[in-house]
Design a protein around this ligand. Sequence first.
Ligand code: ZN
Length: 263
Amino acid sequence: MIFDTHIHLNEPRLLEKIDFYLKEAKENGIDKFLCVGWDYESSKKAFELADKYDEIYAAIAIMPTEHKSFNDKNFNKLEDLLKISNKIIAIGETGLDYYREKETEIKEKQKDMFIRHIELANKYDLPVSIHCRDSIQDTFNILKTHPVKEKGVMHCYSGSLEMAKEFIKLGYKIAFGGVLTFKNSITTKQVLTSISIDDVVLETDAPYLAPMPYRGKLNEPKYIKNIAIFASHLLNMDLNVFENKIYKNSLRIFHVERNEDKN
Ligand SMILES: [Zn+2]
């Protein structure tokens, strides 16, 4: 079985055919999804999907690139969702993204947002799903100085092996998606083959970042199977053994069984 630890089923292109995509995914052995929000509206949608579908869990946040919509009112509304759902199992995606915006003022706002999300995660004993783009050192510094009690996942990890080891030391899992299958992703492959399998989880980030041979097209939930096959080959591991290990890692980091016990 496969747990997709980062997917946007709340994105309109997937949402409009969600029953079809969930059925296809199920036929490919994908039985759990962490549906991740990027602003208040998409977080609320993730929450609604988790409420409606057994196999969907939610992560909620206002992501760093959405800093314009971050304010106390929206952030308080996010927290209201936490109070009424036991299927919100993570805060995310949160973190830092300096790819398009490099102004100091915006970086400072993103850092402030990131810390507020960490405080929210700690208040509700939840792990975090970390979005980090062109900001790895600042992301690391904040996670080090503002520890998340329940740790979390480095979503779509694209940094060096050396930094991956630092995040793992802090208790984070490293998430691999479609990028792993791209021909030029040499460092990403090196990270996967150099760290312990205990620190690995998988994700699609669908509808973005489709794996080979679908690169550039709409990423579909079932394509995580392609990523799992690719990763298991790279590791010279039997696919079933690989999937079982990754599945257990995912359940553990997101406390899914603990969460189900509460119901
Ligand atoms: Zn994402």
